[in-house]
Design a protein around this ligand. Structure first.
Ligand SMILES: CC(C)(COP(=O)(O)OP(=O)(O)OC[C@H]1O[C@@H](n2cnc3c(N)ncnc32)[C@H](O)[C@@H]1OP(=O)(O)O)[C@@H](O)C(=O)NCCC(=O)NCCS
Length: 219
């Protein structure tokens, strides 16, 4: 798969490359980013180079994962990263601390979801975030994902265990407006534990993907 650009009036998504190493290294020092993602901690320049070569370039080349760098219109400065793993049909993302709260990731996820459920042919797109990651859940909710429940994450955390995650999914034709049924996202990190609704949509993200694209290594 060849990398390509996705664009809206708010954001420009373009494959990250060597010129983005400094921005990636700086962003990945953020404790919030480290807490809610599986980036290495501590995070070094070598980690960013590994990410660009082994995850970004390899992902595009094999068609397994499509990764974009988020930029403002007319700017080359990297403000975040968003990616879709086509086998597991899930989306992941982060923004630099300075860029947060401006609606940039919401705009980016809308673009990427439209591609994933359109041209890429996925029958659904999964989002999951560690329980308590209100900002990430707010992005998924705003983009029209339906909350499906709470359960062990698809991907192991840094300690090798599968962390407890909120889960949601988006299907082709779902409109990009917030659905009912999400947990109360006003608690904030560090508040006492809350009850997480186990939505009747049932978490099916761990099942073998049906209708996922056939990948080169599967043949
Ligand atoms: C999650 C993240 C990518 C959001 O990026 P962003 O560019 O700030 O996203 P947006 O500005 O488009 O939307 C942020 C939403 O979160 C809400 N939000 C931000 N911080 C919040 C908090 N502490 N509690 C509740 N909601 C919060 C905002 O109000 C907004 O919701 P709204 O559109 O309903 O008002 C960013 O916070 C981040 O990089 N976090 C660390 C890494 C991470 O958690 N990645 C996701 C892993 S699943």
């Amino acid at each position: 798969m060849q990398p390509f650009v996705l664009e809206s009036p708010a954001v420009r998504l373009e494959v990250p490359g060597p010129a983005d190493v400094d921005a990636i290294v700086e962003a990945c020092q953020d404790p919030v980013l480290q807490r809610f993602t599986t980036v290495p901690a501590p995070y070094s320049r070598a980690d960013a180079q590994f990410f660009l070569e082994r995850i970004v370039d390899h992902g595009w080349a094999t068609g397994r994962e499509a990764t974009w760098g988020l930029r403002g219109p007319g700017s080359s400065l990297l403000l975040g990263v968003v990616s879709v793993r086509l086998g597991t049909r899930d989306i992941g993302f982060w923004t630099t601390p300075a860029a947060r709260g401006r609606g940039l990731m919401t705009a980016a996820v809308r673009l990427v979801a439209d591609w994933a459920l359109g041209d890429a042919g996925l029958d659904q797109l999964h989002w999951e975030g560690y329980v308590g990651n209100d900002a990430s859940a707010a992005v998924a909710r705003r983009c029209g994902f339906t909350y499906t429940g709470v359960g062990p994450g698809m991907h192991p955390g840094r300690d090798g265990a599968r962390p407890l995650c909120w889960k949601a999914r988006l299907r082709p034709g779902d409109e990009h407006f917030p659905k009912q049924g999400w947990p109360d996202l006003t608690g904030g990190v560090g508040d006492p534990p809350r009850e997480w609704p186990r939505a009747d949509g049932v978490d099916d993200s761990a099942r073998q993907p049906q209708g996922a694209p056939r990948l080169p290594e599967d043949s």
